[in-house]
Design a protein around this ligand. Structure first.
Ligand code: PLP
Length: 395
């Protein structure tokens, strides 16, 4: 018995544990295979079904599946006419896509600082960088926790500006008992590390009919109908460009994977949650490691997209780079979500940031890393990661 146990342990430490990997079931594979055999592989009935099920799950009025969340954000900015002279408030602690899109639209990104321990913007930090030219605010629900939306919604209403939620991390998240996506306008991502995946893909959810009508049109050349509608309704010869648009539709091969994955979102998130709570418990007595806080002051269901910690570099007497390399040498993968956008080369050279205005953002940008967290991980893996962290820190 003992011998057998030892052997298992040895195999385990030789296996590389990635920081994330998708959970693909035989049902997922069968769903994709069925589409491949069906004779219709691009946007069609599987997209319609995916959108309908997504509405049912999140409680949103209307959903449009797209080739990525970035595509969704692009279309939202376009549909709202964001352009030259406009400013858009968003955190710098985010994925680069939003800031790139704002910049490429000719508008100026304005960065609100974040709470040190949740990595999220709030009404106070938004007020600090607000000005006349601000047309839109894009908060990010970070790592699976929800932003405190009510004060931000009030602020947006008071100033008559648009509020768009980046919910790329937040499928299944609840804020004050309400699912993220059920109100307002949101983007979700189905990139392989996100809580469900379609390989690549995204969804825009909204209760704004006018904006969704525009997005529907802009996602497919500005024709206002996608290839599915054309075939079914035989409207191809009559299809006209209403305004020049893009090519951001999601193939049915991927939508079928999305439907199959969505069936398992609650199971995925429950596994993520129990692994995350185990991490929190085991990391409690490691002073050099500071996990994020769960937001306080409002009711939350966390979807644990990422398990982010900060390395106290002074206590550890080790740089984050060294720490991540040491974990890698021990067959443990880590991620970095994210290096603050304003510290990327282009934005360092092209944006003027008021000194000390992003103190918490920069503090975190130097210290954060993401530990392995994905549904197919086991509690043993979590123990292994934490033991390895202890080993690396005492060296
Ligand atoms: C992943 C991610 C996106 C972009 O999603 P894609 O589907 O890859 O375009 C946007 N915002 C945040 C915060 C993300 O993590």
């Amino acid at each position: 018995m003992k011998k057998c146990h030892k052997k298992e342990k040895k195999v385990k430490s030789n296996r590389f544990l990635p920081f994330s990997t998708p959970s693909i079931s035989s049902e997922d594979i069968a769903a994709v295979t069925a589409v491949l055999k069906s004779g219709w592989i691009t946007t069609g009935s599987k997209n319609a079904e995916f959108e309908k099920k997504f509405c049912e799950y999140t409680g949103c009025d209307n959903a449009i599946a797209l080739s990525s969340a970035t595509a969704g954000m692009h279309l939202i900015l376009k549909a709202h006419g964001i352009g030259k002279g406009d400013k858009v408030i968003t955190p710098s602690m985010t994925w680069v896509s939003t800031v790139n899109l704002i910049t490429m639209a000719g508008a100026t990104p304005v960065f609100a600082d974040i709470d040190r321990d949740t990595l999220m913007i709030n009404r106070k930090t938004v007020e600090k960088c607000f000005s006349e030219k601000v047309k839109m605010i894009i908060p990010v629900h970070f790592a699976g926790a929800p932003v405190d939306m009510d004060p931000l919604r009030d602020f947006a209403d008071e100033h008559d500006i648009v509020l768009i939620e980046d919910a790329a991390h937040a499928l299944g998240t609840l804020y004050r008992g309400k699912k993220t996506g059920s109100q307002g306008t949101c983007i979700f991502s189905f990139h392989p590390i996100k809580n469900i995946t379609t390989g690549e893909g995204g969804m825009v959810c909204s209760d704004d009919d006018l904006i969704m009508e525009k997005i529907q049109r802009l996602k497919f050349h500005g024709l206002g109908i996608d290839s599915y509608d054309r075939t079914v309704q035989g409207r191809l010869p009559m299809a006209e460009v209403i305004e020049p648009g893009y090519k951001y539709n999601l193939p049915d091969i991927l939508a079928a994977l999305g439907i199959s994955q969505l069936n398992r979102i609650e199971e995925f998130n429950k596994k993520r949650e129990s692994l995350a709570h185990l991490y929190l418990e085991l990391l409690r007595d490691i002073d050099e490691i500071i996990p994020l806080s769960i937001p306080e002051g409002y009711d939350v269901r966390h979807s644990w997209h990422l398990f982010i910690v900060r390395l106290d570099v002074d206590r550890a007497m080790m740089t984050r780079k060294k720490f991540m390399e040491a974990l890698k040498e021990n067959n443990i993968g880590t991620g970095l979500h994210f290096k603050a956008v304003h510290l990327h080369k282009y934005y360092k050279n092209n944006l003027i940031i008021p000194p000390d205005s992003l103190f918490n953002t920069e503090w975190n940008s130097k210290r954060i890393l993401s530990l392995p967290l994905f549904p197919d991980m086991t509690p043993d893996d979590v123990h292994h990661v934490v033991n390895t962290i202890k080993k690396v820190l005492t060296k």
